[in-house]
Design a protein around this ligand. Sequence first.
Ligand code: SME
Length: 157
Amino acid sequence: MAEELKILTGTREEQYRALIPQIKALLEGEPDQIANMANVCAALKAQFEWLWIGFYLVRNEQLVLGPFQGPVACTRIGYGKGVCGTAWARGETVLVPDVEQFPGHIACSSLSRSEIVVPLLRDGRVHGVLDIDSIELDAFNKTDQRYLEEIVGLLTS
Ligand code: SME
């Protein structure tokens, strides 16, 4: 049985540094990707005050909604569409400080103001993305990118 997550204080970086070992422990010994993605969403949601945290998975040339925490969301996103489809097409993280300035942004929630999307890469191919939305403008920076890429790497390793 999973131990309860310790909620951490400190700078954003300190929070990630303390959270990552807990996420590693959660994933250890569990090969099922859906179960692991679900727990990663729950761990991030418990620690950070973000609106929406979830995965979209590549299924038949579309991104299809996977495990998430937050309000109901769009279920399918095309290649190159929105922030998620753009991260898929580029194969790299996309940071959006202001969603209104991102051409083609897909508004699943009108409350979302900024967003980060991190691709899940395996053997150079994107097989899904981690998408996080905030109700605050400019909520994500390079520190988030670095640690979220590390967390996503735990899922694909
Ligand atoms: N905003 C995303 C769509 C997914 S929701 O934010 C959950 C996008 O533009 O791809």
